[in-house]
Write a protein that binds this ligand. Structure first.
Ligand code: PEP
Ligand code: MG
Length: 573
């Protein structure tokens, strides 16, 4: 799946996660002696290390516990095993790393197959030893993302959203991962950074060796390893064409987002970090429709203080120059908080303690953030948005906390805007179905289709195996969006849409036809959506959306929308 458009050609860089992933890489026969030397060096270093560990353990834990290291040392001194690794290097011309991995893993598998309860433990010891040897082998050549000296395409099993955000400051030109989905936060961040990305490529991190030339085609969802000259030339042409398209789109930035029949549409940007406000403004955005504030947490090991929140928010407000910013309160949990950081990992994190639920159970953390948002509310057009609301009770609880925090600030004579607008995200079927009731208690709605699709269709947004089932074109989703917009109109409150659907030109006409007037999307998408808006009249859009409501399958809906969009705004798709 191509999840972030554009094309990158660069040298591959295989990112290791907790496990070392060793590519199958061959060497030339004249490199064999060097490779054998590297292996012997790693064996000697590991042996020294283990002997030292053993001596320390005898002193501190007693001889019996220290004996676990005897097994490790025994394996390292096992001549037949070492001989086998040597032969793999010399006869098959594999790298030392790859030879260590294949031989030791084979050995571990043999232990696992034996029906003796102690032996599987031994397999774990061997994996441990494998890691130790690899650390010594890779230690010499290991590169890190932050210290790259050349442009690369990163290949990884998976990247967390915060790892992806870090790529911005590096020389990463594109990335591909084994797993992932279109609306996973990793994909969202890639689009925000304009880094071409392909996800769900099953074994890509194992198939590529660092140093291979890699093409990542985020438009078509293709990864090519070591392309021939012809393919390379073809892709260089794609890159030039893409740059021309980008240039053409830049010209749209200063033009208004007005339909053919003269109705002004509001186009806003979604951001994860304050520095992204600038790119929203550059693309001609009318403000920030979604600030995913939880990224301040994801980038650090410790909880941000009120002052740190306030600094980030002030930076964003200043960059927005008076335009509105919708601060979404912490949406932590699920894929936006590594389960490893949880004391007890959840079995079903997307249905678990995430988002507003998490905040309501961690009040000090919630209050710290609310204080910072409210303090920032006197510095610009600040709005507060609560994520993942599922019931009026939850909404009222959150509003009580906001009221409490306001009282505290008042007592402390700290200025804030008492009339700050408070809205909610509609991203669960329960909220969508009760929008008419919820709408009485809030100032605005924002439709979060990423989660709304996930929860309505029961499709994990991050799972590549069910990715084809994840579609906003499903009649159930279209009907929910229509009903939310209707509830908002009846209640006289603003409704925006800030899921990835808002930045997908295939859906622009439908959304306009259903009555949406405010779109919020990843900044690079703004010009393309504007192009569709400027090409269509609301009357035509309404007609198209009425026709969509008569279809009964997502295929039919999507094909029809593509056809109409191509006719109306040919360059948009
Ligand atoms: C959504 O769910 O559509 C949304 C915008 O929020 P997030 O992607 O951060 O979950
Ligand atoms: Mg969401």
């Amino acid at each position: 799946m191509g999840v972030s458009p554009g094309v990158a050609i660069a040298s591959g860089f295989v990112l290791e996660t907790e496990e070392y992933r060793i590519p199958r890489r061959t060497i030339t026969p004249d490199e064999v002696p060097t490779e054998l030397k590297r292996l012997d060096h790693a064996l000697a270093e590991s042996q020294d290390e283990l002997e030292k560990l053993r001596t320390d353990a005898v002193d501190q834990l007693g001889a019996e516990t220290a004996s676990i290291f005897d097994f490790h040392l025994g394996v390292l001194r096992d001549r037949s095993l070492i001989e086998q690794i040597h032969r793999t290097i010399a006869d098959k011309c594999y790298t030392a790393e790859y030879s260590v991995t294949t031989v030791l893993r084979g050995h571990a598998r043999a232990f696992l197959q034996m029906s003796n309860s102690v032996l599987p433990e031994r397999a774990r010891d061997i994996y441990d030893l494998e890691k130790r040897l690899l650390r010594h082998l890779l230690g010499e050549r290991r590169e890190t993302i932050e210290h790259l000296t050349e442009d690369v395409c990163v290949l990884a099993h998976d990247l967390t959203p915060s790892q992806t955000a870090l790529l911005a400051r590096s020389r990463v030109r594109g990335f591909a991962t084994d797993v992932g989905g279109r609306t996973s936060h990793t994909a969202i961040v890639a689009r925000a950074l304009s880094i071409p990305a392909v996800v769900g490529v099953s074994d890509i991190s194992r198939d590529v060796a660092s140093g291979d030339t890699v093409i990542i085609d985020g438009n078509r969802g293709v990864v090519i390893i070591n392309p021939d000259d012809l393919t390379r030339e073809e892709y260089n042409r794609h890159i030039r064409e893409y740059q021309e398209l980008e240039h053409e789109l830049e010209e749209l930035a200063s033009l208004p987002a007005v339909t053919r029949d003269g109705v002004q549409i509001t186009l806003m940007g979604n951001i994860e970090f304050p520095h992204e406000v600038a790119s929203v403004m550059e693309k001609g955005g009318d403000g920030i429709g979604l600030y995913r504030t939880e990224f301040l947490y994801l980038g650090s090991e410790t909880e941000p203080t009120e002052a740190e929140h306030l600094t980030a928010y002030t930076e964003a407000i200043q960059a927005a120059g008076g335009k509105p910013i919708v601060f979404r309160t912490l949406d932590l949990g699920a894929d936006k908080w590594s389960q490893a950081r949880r004391s007890e990992p959840e079995r079903n994190p997307f249905l678990g303690l995430r988002s507003i639920r998490f905040c309501l159970q961690h009040l000090p953390l919630f209050r710290t953030q609310l204080r910072a948002i409210l303090r920032a509310s006197v510095k610009g057009d600040v709005r507060v948005m609560l994520p993942l609301i599922t019931s009026t009770l939850e909404l009222r609880q959150a509003k009580i906390i906001i009221g409490d925090v306001m009282e505290d600030l008042e007592e402390e004579h700290i200025p804030f805007n008492r009339d700050v607008k408070i809205g909610i995200m509609i991203e669960t079927p329960s909220a969508a179905l009760t929008a008419a009731t919820l709408g009485k208690e809030v100032d605005f709605f924002s439709i979060g289709t990423n989660d709304l699709v996930q929860y309505t269709l029961a499709v994990d947004r991050t799972n590549e195996r069910v990715a084809p089932l994840f579609t906003p074109a499903h009649p159930a989703v279209v009907k929910l969006i229509k009903d939310i917009l209707k509830a908002g109109r009846r209640q006289g409150i603003g409704v925006s849409l800030c899921g990835e659907m808002a930045g997908d030109p295939e859906y622009t006409i439908l959304l306009l036809g259903l009555g949406l007037r405010t779109f919020s999307m990843t900044p690079p998408r703004i010009p393309q959506i504007k192009r569709v808006i400027r090409a269509v009249s609301l009357e035509k859009a309404a007609k198209i959306s009425r026709r969509v409501m008569t279809f009964d399958s997502d295929r039919q809906i999507l094909n029809y929308l593509r056809e109409e969009t191509r006719r109306i705004a040919p360059k948009a798709l």
